[in-house]
Design a protein around this ligand. Structure first.
Ligand SMILES: Cc1cc2nc3c(=O)[nH]c(=O)nc-3n(C[C@H](O)[C@H](O)[C@H](O)COP(=O)(O)OP(=O)(O)OC[C@H]3O[C@@H](n4cnc5c(N)ncnc54)[C@H](O)[C@@H]3O)c2cc1C
Length: 337
């Protein structure tokens, strides 16, 4: 296919998650739905924050997903494919089946990827013998079965070393499990551990309310504890522990282990030259924080978890960014509307 044969859309949105679908709906409200194409392989839209309730309240997981077409304006073209490359100079997006589309404006809303494989032994043990996570549609339901039937012992909840989506979700999951175990009477037989990979608390004093020295209801907060291996048969969690300049290993037996996996920005951003090349935002999309426009390619905008911005990665934030980007596109494309 030559460049001229590739279909051209005024606006192409990559990814139809919380951020992408918010952009599409705002563009739809502004009368730009027919000018817009969505590139998104998944037939479903997932309400990821609700996975916490699936895992800690027993909400039906099927309620957290809906058909993709219900979340995009009917006049928008849905290209049900994965993007495999972005050529920002040529304004082209390549797809996994060898086809491509051209764009006048691109909105990158690819989210972040979860890296289950980065923790040795985790993927094969998820959902079995106390190893669980609400950070996935399939796993969330099994988490509820494990939390509900927990009869006491040591319960470890982790937070990863990488930026993660969901802001305070790792701690919120612990809190919800603890509240249930108080109701069922299991809390008194439970040693609760919050193992945080960051060497110090996320914010000064962030866990002060968890630890009350000597109280039997303490939550033991271990900072600098980065989960690196799950020994499923032995029910042992192996942590790389950083204290100041020293690094050691600690093996903690568990009866329940809730894991928030490490995450990373989509490799596509780095491969396409759209990502920060170094520094703390390496791999995340480089953009101007005041406009969400790419720092070097004026036809490219970004929204959601894939952006190289400080702070928490949440759907709430993604939707605010989406509203700004839709406004900017509206000014560029339909200044009289
Ligand atoms: C357990 C959990 C709890 C959370 N709790 C909260 C909360 O309480 N409050 C809150 O505000 N937020 C919460 N979040 C975070 C929130 O879900 C995310 O911040 C939000 O979904 C980010 O939106 P996004 O569109 O950037 O990414 P996503 O919603 O992840 O969407 C990314 C989309 O890109 C698509 N995609 C990926 N690769 C490609 C490709 N190559 N080509 C085309 N499409 C692609 C994916 O299929 C997906 O649809 C939680 C998340 C989780 C997992």
């Amino acid at each position: 296919m030559t460049a001229k044969e590739e279909p051209l859309f005024p606006i192409v949105v990559l990814g139809g998650g919380a951020a992408g679908s918010a952009v599409l709906n705002a563009l739809g409200d502004a009368g730009l739905a027919a000018d817009t194409a969505l590139v998104e392989p998944s037939p479903y839209h997932y309400d990821q924050p609700e996975w916490v309730r699936v895992g800690t309240e027993g909400r039906d997981k099927a309620d957290t997903r809906s058909p993709r077409h219900a979340n995009i304006p009917s006049a928008t073209t849905w290209i049900q494919k994965s993007a495999t490359g972005i050529q920002p100079d040529e304004q082209i997006v390549n797809m996994d089946d060898g086809t491509a589309v051209r764009y006048e404006h691109l909105v990158v809303a690819l989210g972040i990827e979860t890296l289950w494989d980065r923790i040795r032994g985790l993927k094969s043990s998820l959902g079995d013998q106390g190893v669980c996570s609400v950070y996935g549609y399939e796993q969330a339901e099994r988490t509820w079965e494990m939390i509900r039937s927990f009869s006491g012992g040591r319960a470890i909840f982790t937070a990863p070393s990488t930026p993660h989506k969901g802001g305070g979700a790792p701690l919120q999951i612990l809190r919800r499990a603890e509240s249930l175990w108080r109701d069922t009477g299991t809390r008194a037989q439970t040693e609760l551990v919050f193992a945080v990979a960051a060497p110090t608390g996320l914010k000064e004093g962030a866990y002060d309310d968890l630890s009350r020295d000597g109280d039997k209801d303490d939550v033991h907060v271990y900072t600098g504890y980065d989960l690196i291996e799950v020994r499923h048969e032995a029910q042992e969690a192996v942590f790389s522990v950083t204290k100041g300049r020293s690094q050691t290993r600690q093996v903690l037996p568990y009866d329940l282990l809730h894991v928030v996996p490490p995450m990373r920005p989509p490799a596509l951003l780095e491969e396409s030259g759209l990502a920060h090349r170094d520094g703390p935002m390496k791999g995340y999309m480089e953009m101007r924080p005041e406009s969400f426009q790419h720092a070097r390619f004026a036809t490219v905008f970004g929204v959601g978890d894939a952006l190289g911005v400080e702070g928490e990665k949440t759907g709430e934030r993604a939707r605010e960014q989406a509203a700004s980007v839709a406004q900017a596109l509206l000014r560029l494309r339909a200044p009289n509307k």
